[in-house]
Design a protein around this ligand. Sequence first.
Ligand code: ATP
Length: 211
Amino acid sequence: MKVGIFGGTFDPIHNGHLRVAEEVRELFSLNILYFIPVYTPPHKRDKFITDTEHRVNMIRLAIRGNRFLRLSDIEIKRGGISYSFDTVCFFEKKYGDIYFIIGMDAFLEIDTWHRYKDIFFHTNFIVMVRSLGLKKMGIEIFPEDMRHEVRQIDQNMFQHTSGRYIYLQNITQLDISSTKIRELSLNNRSIRYLLPERVENYINKRGLYRK
Ligand code: ATP
């Protein structure tokens, strides 16, 4: 079983998230890809986030009909600050071969994460990049204090001493963000085609992201 885990605030989930999930799922032949809405993000503790119930409902609506995509409420059930280390250990125990899906921007800041060096012992990584090939990426994408634990295998692949792999993967990044959707909605502007129609209807019906 190859299982992808894709965490985020998903406030709301949109077509940018869904498209990368689809591409990564296909390219890595993942059997399942889990969307994992965060409960309290360690880096955004004082930021307002929509109720977990709504964020969860919107993910459910968005992935309906795609048998590869699932929702995991593990971070919500756990409560408190959501640390990726805990989530990764949970999925590793359950499935073994897991793939942590993350954008390059976030990966480059991984040294600010709780137990970041330990995470590499429990999961593979799929680091999504926009323009691979234009710029050569080497060992410098890893925090300095763990470079000795990683070797580069080829331009898109590294191996950690644990045996786990870190893949760099080109993906289609649609110019959509949750922030943009929230702003449009706040200004009574259309959010159509930026996210699934079912999610759009959910937002409109409940007046989410309005004044
Ligand atoms: P916000 O605008 O509120 O910061 P967001 O749109 O970036 O939200 P998140 O829930 O924070 O959404 O994102 C979860 C993950 O999805 C992150 O790793 C982020 O890099 C990635 N992601 C977000 N938008 C896109 C997009 N348009 N294309 C590809 N990946 C995306």
